[in-house]
Write a protein that binds this ligand. Structure first.
Ligand code: NAD
Length: 360
């Protein structure tokens, strides 16, 4: 299979690319604009693989996307490119509407045109897998319910609203045009190569530098956490075994309050990095509370029963085992973090190196 993966230089996308190259015989075409969130250093281990191709392209650029389809002739699409940080969506929603909704529309249209001209066997096998979030369902405050696939969408932030809009577009391209689509909605991911603006890496790196660990509001917001490599296995399962037109919830059965997550990070750091920065007695002492995010949802919880029953996927990591691995990864990969923090990961050098490989 040749898989066109959008957003393959991001946190989850790069994990998908690494997984596919390492564990399958498939080829990958990584289509990524390289926004601040795209980091080619996360793909160093696949650079030289003859099954890996890179195209630095904006998914909103129809002509460029058509060129990529025509040049690489993919068998399927895994669409992960997105603006993904909720805080940024509050400060500047425009990019979220543009990439998450318009970009998805462009990909759907380019896919539909390409798919409609494929030979019969290729048309039958083609898949457009849209990777989305559980945040489209909104807030579960005051209830013990779980998100199930049939639930109506009620997004709260510009990020989740733009992802919800994209999900609706994907479904309508299936219903209206018959494009063979799949949608998956996953809970919060964590793991290696996560951009340090997100909760878990931010807390690890701040703690190691003796900086405050800022928690929004009361810290009682509940999220379901999934180790990124479990998510990747689920995505490949949905792509290869999912029923066309269906959507699948993916989650880790790990509901945790934000404060519990930060306390667990401090616990693992005490064990794995006992030599603390000057003046820090316990990592926990660095926890501080800051003003809550506007529109902050209190509880998300996923029912992942459908993908377990119908496709046989179950997560392999518990929250404790996954978090321990994650803390250890950040301790072992300080140069990756350093390059993100000082901005050197965006140096043109890497982009140029890879652009030249695009010729192969
Ligand atoms: P990320 O922000 O780490 O990466 C996004 C990638 O998309 C980056 O490489 C960026 O350069 C690229 N990109 C952004 N705009 C683009 C454009 N216009 N054209 C081409 N490329 C562009 O995101 P992530 O955390 O890896 O999330 C990937 C997908 O999974 C997103 O669709 C997100 O909504 C979804 N998701 C994320 C989580 C999570 O916890 N991180 C959970 C559920 C679903």
């Amino acid at each position: 299979m040749k898989i066109l993966i959008t957003g393959g230089a991001g946190f989850i996308g790069s994990a998908v690319v690494r997984h596919v190259i390492k564990n399958t015989a498939d080829q990958v075409v990584n289509v990524d604009k390289l926004t601040y969130a795209g980091n080619l250093e996360s793909l160093e281990c696949v650079y030289s693989d003859s099954r890996y191709f890179f195209e630095q392209v904006d998914i909103c650029d129809y002509a460029e996307i058509e060129r990529v389809f025509s040049k690489h002739q993919p068998d399927c699409v895994m669409h992960l490119a997105a603006e993904s940080h909720v805080d940024r969506s509050i400060d500047g929603p425009g990019d979220f509407v543009q990439t998450n909704m318009v970009g998805t529309y462009v990909l759907l249209e380019a896919s539909r045109r390409y798919w409609s001209q494929m030979p019969e066997e290729g048309r039958r096998r083609f898949r457009f897998h849209h990777i989305s979030t559980d945040e489209v369902y909104g807030d579960l405050v005051g209830s013990d319910a779980f998100f199930v696939e049939e639930m109506a969408y009620a997004p709260s932030s510009p990020y989740s609203a733009s992802k919800a809009g994209a999900d609706h577009l994907v479904r309508s391209w299936y219903r209206t045009y018959g494009l063979p689509t799949l949608v998956s909605n996953c809970s919060n991911n964590y793991g290696p190569y996560h951009f340090p603006e997100k909760l878990i890496p931010l807390m690890i790196l701040n703690a190691l530098e003796g900086k405050p660990l800022p928690i929004y509001g009361s810290g009682l917001q509940i999220r379901d956490w999934l180790y990124v490599e479990d998510h990747v296995r689920a995505l490949y399962t949905v792509l290869t075994k999912g029923v066309v037109g269906e959507s699948y919830n993916i989650g880790g059965h790990n509901e945790k309050k934000n404060i519990e997550v930060v306390e667990s990070i401090c616990h693992f750091l005490e064990e794995l990095a006992p030599e603390k920065p000057e003046g820090v007695l316990n990592y926990k002492d660095l926890i501080t509370y800051v003003q809550d995010r506007p529109g902050h949802d209190l509880r998300y919880a996923i029912d992942a029963g459908k993908i377990q029953r119908e496709l046989g996927w179950v997560p392999q990591e518990t929250f404790e085992s996954g978090l321990r691995k994650t803390v250890q990864w950040y301790l072992d990969n300080r140069s990756w973090c350093q390059h993100v923090q000082d901005g050197s990961y965006r140096r043109e050098r890497l982009g140029l190196e890879l652009n030249s490989r695009e010729q192969k």
